[in-house]
Design a protein around this ligand. Structure first.
Ligand code: KIV
Ligand code: ZN
Length: 511
């Protein structure tokens, strides 16, 4: 490796090794290769490609990645065992990551060897791997639960045997940031090679502990995309990288605009879903709903965005909901190409909050439908036909029956009819009541459930036609399909009436 830059933090990516140890995840050599290429594009310094001794497929994958001509340094993991080291070397990796546990719990209950035997194995393995000309990174597994003096001795002797760098694993995620800082400062007193930190997230502290290690002088962070890994996972690449860059003002080699695409790719290939509130790559990480926040964001993104979404390949989005305000809703509608005035925005915000108060999620499509329906309603201020009341009866042993009360040019009319379903009976009841004014038929009817679930918001679009061939299209949205259908139908009738009135006026003028 060339000269190290003191202002730079090196990213050792273990998505393909510890990340693949996520319960339920198993990658084919081809999938590993595809991910390795993306990690290389992303700019990681090291790709820990796998643990070659585990299977033939793993050997194939690690070898393929080692021979792919990537810019990143490719690493294979090996226990302090000759067979592991030979298998890793057979993959032609330039870097071998050697590990042996140093905690008494592991020595006694897992390896069943003494501290002395562990020390000898560590020294022998480093010497053996180094005699094959590779770079060696040495880890004292379970370092954070090990006796400090013994662990320090193992690291010192591994370095004396030729280890090029050491890694401090918090194998079961039990250290805290202050203790991690203290441990790294302690090791730096006797260790003269670069130090890496490898933190697990069992207590949700993996990123904090990694950053504490870096602040204390570690130069390399072991991380995995989306924080995948054994149990609760590893420190996430995206969180560590962005914290190092934005909060510490240090450099990494990561091309941060590729972070989001890489995260999606790993999620797709591994099947590990990303929680919506996950920092940097979660769906909600750059989403805003509350009126106060969206107003601030629209004035100056920095008010509520500590980090520009584009820096990590993302876009901010604003969502309608219970906490929404006029500014946010207006900007969402503008982005959708919907023109609304202040009055209409106020009405839309009231409708959005009413829907959200029922516990419903208001999607973009919901918002667009609500807006269209409000725009439609306000346009028909001088409507000839207005709905005053609607009642529908339906059931397995009942013929669906609807009755409607309509105001037509100021007069109230009531009518009822039956049909094959509640919508059909309501449409027929409307036709019956309006028959003397206009003879309309339903030419087209489209119903869309905008969101999933039995409380989905429905958008109904209709096309009505009178006997002279005048047509009017209208749509309405709401949680009740029958009400939305009736509103759309009446709106359509009003459009046809307006059209035929205009035609009549033109004809009169022409005479
Ligand atoms: O968590 C751990 O201790 C490891 C070792 C292999 C370094 O992953
Ligand atoms: Zn690990």
């Amino acid at each position: 490796m060339g000269k190290r830059d003191p202002g730079r933090v090196y990213i050792f990516d273990t998505t393909l090794r510890d990340g693949e140890q996520t319960p339920g995840v198993s990658l084919s050599p081809e999938e590993k290769m595809e991910i390795a290429r993306q990690l290389d594009k992303l700019g990681v310094d090291t790709i820990e490609a796998g643990f070659p001794i585990t299977s033939k497929g793993e050997v194939e994958a690690v070898r393929m990645i080692a021979h792919a001509g990537l810019k990143a340094e490719v690493c294979g993991l090996a226990r302090c065992e000759k067979s592991d080291i030979d298998t890793a070397l057979s993959c032609d990796v330039p870097l071998v990551h050697l590990f042996i546990a140093t905690s008494d719990i592991h020595l006694k209950h897992k390896l069943k060897i003494s501290r002395d035997e562990a020390l000898k194995k560590a020294v022998w393995s480093v010497e053996y791997a180094k005699s094959h000309g590779v770079t060696v990174e040495f880890s004292a597994e379970d370092a954070t639960r090990s006796d400090r003096n013994f662990m320090t001795k193992v690291y010192s002797e591994a370095c004396a045997a030729g280890a090029d760098r050491i890694n401090v694993p918090d194998t079961v995620g039990v250290i805290t940031p202050q203790k991690m800082g203290d441990l790294i400062r302690h090791l730096k007193k006797s260790i003269n090679v670069p130090i890496s930190v490898h933190c697990h997230d069992d207590f949700g502290l993996a990123v904090a502990n990694t950053l504490a290690g870096i602040e204390a002088g570690a130069v390399r962070a072991h991380v995995a995309i989306n924080g995948i890994g054994e149990r609760a996972g590893n420190a996430s690449l995206e969180e560590v990288t962005m914290s190092v860059q934005c909060l510490f003002g240090k450099k990494t080699g990561i091309r941060t605009p590729l972070i989001y695409d890489t995260s999606r790719m790993i999620s797709r290939i591994t099947g590990v879903v990303i929680q919506p509130n996950k920092a940097i790559v979660g769906e909600n990480a750059f989403g805003h709903e509350s009126g106060i926040h969206t107003h601030g964001i629209l004035n100056l993104p920095l008010t509520y965005e500590p980090l520009n979404p584009e820096l990590v390949g993302r876009k901010r989005w604003i969502k309608a909901g219970k906490h929404a305000g006029g500014h946010g809703i207006a900007s969402q509608l503008e982005a959708m190409g919907l023109q609304v005035n202040k009055e209409q925005i106020r009405e839309i915000v009231v409708n959005v909050k009413a829907i959200a108060d029922k516990g419903k999620n208001v999607t973009d499509s919901d918002l667009a439908a609500l807006a269209r329906s409000v725009i439609g309603q306000t346009q028909k201020e001088s409507k000839i036909v207005e709905l005053q009341d609607l009642a529908v009866m339906t059931g397995s042993n009942l013929v669906p029956t609807a009755s409607v009360k309509l105001k037509i040019s100021g007069e109230t009319y009531v009518g009822a009819d039956t049909g094959i379903g509640p919508v059909d009976s309501a449409v027929k009841a409307i036709q019956k009541v309006t028959h003397d004014l206009i003879d309309v038929r339903l030419k087209d009817y489209r119903l869309e459930a905008i969101t999933g679930g039995s409380d989905a918001l429905a958008e109904v679009t209709v096309k009505v036609e009178d006997s002279a061939g005048n047509t009017g299209s209208a749509s309405a949205a709401g949680a009740d399909i029958v009400v939305a259908s009736v509103e759309a139908m009446i709106d359509g009738i009003n459009k046809v009436l307006a059209r035929s009135t205009r035609d009549l006026e033109k004809a009169v003028k022409a005479d």
